[in-house]
Write a protein that binds this ligand. Structure first.
Ligand code: SAM
Length: 211
């Protein structure tokens, strides 16, 4: 039986010790994360104009931002959006060397006004964070808010777990199935939706805004 109730989070990312613990165990729990980082890098090396602006949703401790800032020189500005101050603190430490290209936004993407003042991005990225809306029924609203933040032809790179895979029993109300992710992106108005990588019951999709 399915429910439309939000699924409570097992982690309090606002608690510094829980945030640090998540970061320290992230790769052990998901050994394919480095392969996903590499796929994000390849997608942006191929697909960004010079002096590009990028936004990451649920940016955590900057684990994805670090390889992107190091390996994609076209990124002139990288906005890290996360609601948890301890995650921003860890990201500031990790990304200190890239300080001139980063901007930290403490915002909650479950709020209706989280996009206020934002826009003009050439790419919006997210990894293991879309499910933090805490029910897959809220994802359509999130994707609809992302679309107008992007320049025409801009790309949305979305990586998250999916439900219904053979190994892990991912929560069916929190996560899309493999088929639902591309459908949700197209329904939000994105075009050229294509899978870039699938491993560890996570998938990375690229979608574009209409030109
Ligand atoms: C599972 S972690 C993933 C972090 C990062 N994307 C990575 O892959 O290393 C989820 C992140 O989303 C953030 N988050 C959760 N709910 C959020 C919300 N409603 N608004 C903004 N950030 C949120 C958390 O603070 C945390 O940093």
């Amino acid at each position: 039986m399915t429910s439309d109730q939000d699924v409570p989070s097992p982690i309090d990312f606002h608690d510094p010790s829980q945030a640090r613990q998540w970061v320290e165990t992230a790769i052990a729990r998901r050994p394919a994360r480095p392969a996903f980082f590499a796929a994000f890098v390849a997608a942006l090396q191929a697909g960004l104009p010079a002096a590009a602006a990028v936004l990451e949703l649920g940016s955590g401790a900057g684990l994805l931002a670090a390889p992107l800032l190091a390996q994609v020189p076209a990124i002139a500005r990288y906005d890290l959006l996360d609601f948890a101050a301890p995650m921003h603190a860890l990201a500031r430490e990790r990304l200190a060397v890239f300080g001139a290209r980063t901007c930290h936004l403490v915002r909650d993407f479950k709020r209706s006004d989280w996009t206020e003042g934002l826009g003009g991005y050439h790419a919006v990225l997210t990894m293991q964070a879309v499910h933090e809306v805490r029910h897959k029924g809220h994802v359509a609203a999130l994707y609809a808010q992302v679309l107008p933040l992007l320049e025409p032809g801009g790309v949305f790179l979305v990586c998250d777990h999916y439900a219904g895979g053979p190994v892990r029993d991912m929560h069916p109300e929190l996560f899309f199935t493999r088929d639902e992710q591309p459908l949700a992106l197209r329904a939000a108005g994105f075009t050229r939706v294509e899978p870039l990588l699938e491993r560890d019951e996570m998938s990375l999709y690229r979608a574009a805004t209409p030109v």
